[in-house]
Design a protein around this ligand. Structure first.
Ligand code: NAP
Ligand code: MG
Length: 401
C-alpha cells in the first residue's frame, strides 16, 4: 500500500512520562505505517525545556503560529517536587500557558462518546464542548484581608490623567477584598475563537455570564460577543447554526435538559468548574480531547489529561500498564484532519476519519483500557495499552486496505 502524502508539516510537540511513551507507540503503530508523516519536531520534555531555558516551548508555539496546525503531548508543569526530581534550574511555567499566550487562543474540550459508556445525564446523546476564557477575573486578581474596619475604594487612573473612583464597601470590622479585571482585546479574541470554532465544527454556540448582577463587567462580555457576532451572522445562518447569550444559571439548566451537540463558552471561573462537571458526567478524563484555537484560526490539538505519572512509574519498573491512549490518538487525528483540510488533501482527511473509526471500533468491540472497562455496561475486556493499539492498528489496516 502506498503511504499517504503530506505537503506541509504538522508541528509535533513531544512531552513527558507515560504520555511520551504512548506518543511513540501511536506514531509507530497507527501513523507511520500509513502516512508519509511530515512534522516539525519540538521536544517539550521537562529536561529539554530546562536545558534550553524554556526557549523550546516558545519556538514550538511560534512554529504553530507559522504552520497553523500543531499536536501536543502532555507535559509536566513543574512544582517544587519536580524541581527536585529533575534537578531543574527554575520552576518553568506551564507550557500550555506559554503556548496559549503566544497563540492568544481559547481551549475547547470535547468528550469522545462510545456506546457502552453512558453519560450520567441520560438525555445527552452528543458531546458538549466547553470553551473556557483563559485570561483574567479571579485568576489575575489582587486580594486583601483586613482585621479592622475601613473604607475600600476602586480607583482607576487613566493615561489621560482622569481619575475614577467607586466605593466598594465601608466595612465596620474585619473583612476580605478582591480586585479583578479583564481586557477588551482578550474578550474579543475569545469571542472570535468561539465563533470560528462553531463554524469549523458546525455547532451552535452558547455564551453565558451574569450580566443581570454584574451589569458593567459581565455586561461588557455580553456586548463584545454581540458586536463581534455581527461579523459572523451571515456565515452562521448559512451553516444553519445559531449563537445565543443567556444567564449562566439558565445555561446550566438548559445544558442538563439538552441532548448535547453544541459549544458552551464560559467565563474563566465558570469554565474551570463546568469543564470538570461535564467531563466527569460524560465518563472519563482519558476520553476528553482539547484543542487550542487562535482568533485567526490556528489549531493546537492535545489530550485533556496529564502525563499519567503513576502509570509511568509502574512502566519504568517493567510493569504493564493499561493507560488509555484514546485522547492522544484523537489529538493526532484532529491535527492530521485539519492539515488535510488546509492543504486540500482528501486522503489525509480520510485517514484521520479511519483512525478515529478504528479506535472507536476497538472500544465498541469491548476491548478497553482498564479505567473505561470499569465504567462500561455490557461485556468489556480490560486490555493493556500495547494490545489496545495493536487491535486498533489491525482495524485501521482493514479500513484502509
Ligand atoms: P493526570 O496525568 O491526568 O492523571 C491523573 C489520574 O487520572 C491518573 O493517575 C490516572 O488515574 C487517571 N488518568 C489520567 N489520564 C489517564 C489515561 N490516559 N489513562 C488512564 N488513566 C488516566 O493528572 P495529574 O496526575 O494531576 O498530573 C500528572 C502530570 O501531568 C503533572 O506533572 C501535571 O503537571 C501534568 N499535566 C499536564 C497537562 C497537559 O500537558 N495538558 C494537563 C494536566 C496535567 P490512576 O492513577 O488512578 O489510574
Ligand atoms: Mg480546574
Amino acid at each position: 500500500m502506498e503511504k499517504i502524502k503530506m505537503n506541509v508539516p504538522v508541528v509535533e510537540m513531544d512531552g513527558d512520562e507515560m504520555t511520551r511513551v504512548i506518543w511513540q507507540w501511536i506514531k509507530d503503530e497507527l501513523i507511520l505505517p500509513f502516512v508519509d508523516l511530515k512534522t516539525e519536531y519540538y521536544d517539550l520534555s521537562l529536561p529539554e525545556r530546562d536545558r534550553t531555558g524554556d526557549q523550546v516551548t516558545v519556538d514550538a508555539a511560534n512554529a504553530a503560529v507559522r504552520l497553523g496546525v500543531a499536536v501536543k503531548c502532555a507535559t509536566i508543569t513543574p512544582n517544587a517536587d519536580r524541581v527536585k526530581e529533575y534537578d531543574l534550574h527554575e520552576m518553568w511555567k506551564s507550557p500550555n500557558a506559554t503556548i496559549r499566550g503566544i497563540m492568544d487562543g481559547t481551549v475547547f474540550r470535547t468528550p469522545i462518546l462510545i456506546d457502552s459508556v453512558k453519560p450520567i445525564v441520560r438525555g445527552w446523546k452528543k458531546p458538549i464542548t466547553i470553551a473556557r476564557h483563559a485570561y483574567g477575573d479571579i485568576y489575575k486578581a489582587v486580594e486583601l484581608r483586613t482585621d479592622e474596619g475601613g473604607t475600600a475604594e476602586l480607583v482607576f487612573t487613566g493615561k489621560s490623567g482622569k481619575v475614577e473612583r467607586r466605593e466598594v464597601a465601608a466595612l465596620k470590622g474585619p473583612g476580605v477584598l478582591l480586585g479583578m479585571h479583564n481586557r477588551a482585546d482578550s474578550i474579543e479574541s475569545f469571542a472570535r475563537s468561539c465563533f470560528n470554532f462553531a463554524l469549523a465544527t458546525k455547532q451552535s454556540l452558547w455564551f453565558s455570564a451574569k450580566d443581570t448582577i454584574s451589569k458593567v463587567y459581565d455586561g461588557a462580555f455580553r456586548d463584545i460577543f454581540a458586536r463581534v457576532f455581527e461579523e459572523y451572522r451571515a456565515r452562521f445562518e448559512e451553516a444553519g447554526i445559531e449563537y445565543f447569550y443567556t444567564l449562566v444559571d439558565d445555561a446550566v439548566a438548559r445544558v442538563v435538559r439538552s441532548e448535547g451537540g453544541f459549544i458552551w463558552a464560559c467565563k474563566n471561573y465558570d469554565g474551570d468548574v463546568m469543564s470538570d462537571m461535564i467531563s466527569t458526567a460524560f465518563g472519563s478524563l482519558a476520553m476528553m480531547t482539547s484543542v487550542l484555537v487562535s482568533p485567526d484560526g490556528k489549531y493546537e490539538f492535545e489530550a485533556a489529561h496529564g502525563t499519567v505519572t503513576r502509570h509511568y512509574y509502574r512502566y519504568r519498573n517493567g510493569e504493564e500498564t493499561s493507560t488509555n491512549p484514546v485522547a492522544t490518538i484523537f489529538a493526532w487525528s484532529g491535527a492530521l484532519r485539519k492539515r488535510g483540510e488546509f492543504d486540500s488533501l482528501p486522503e489525509l482527511v480520510r485517514f484521520a476519519d479511519a483512525l478515529e473509526a478504528a479506535t472507536l471500533g476497538t472500544l465498541n468491540d469491548g476491548l478497553m483500557p482498564k479505567e473505561l472497562a470499569a465504567l462500561a455496561d455490557g461485556p468489556a475486556e480490560a486490555v493493556n495499552t500495547r494490545r489496545f493499539l495493536a487491535e486498533t492498528a489491525s482495524r485501521l489496516a482493514a479500513k484502509l486496505g
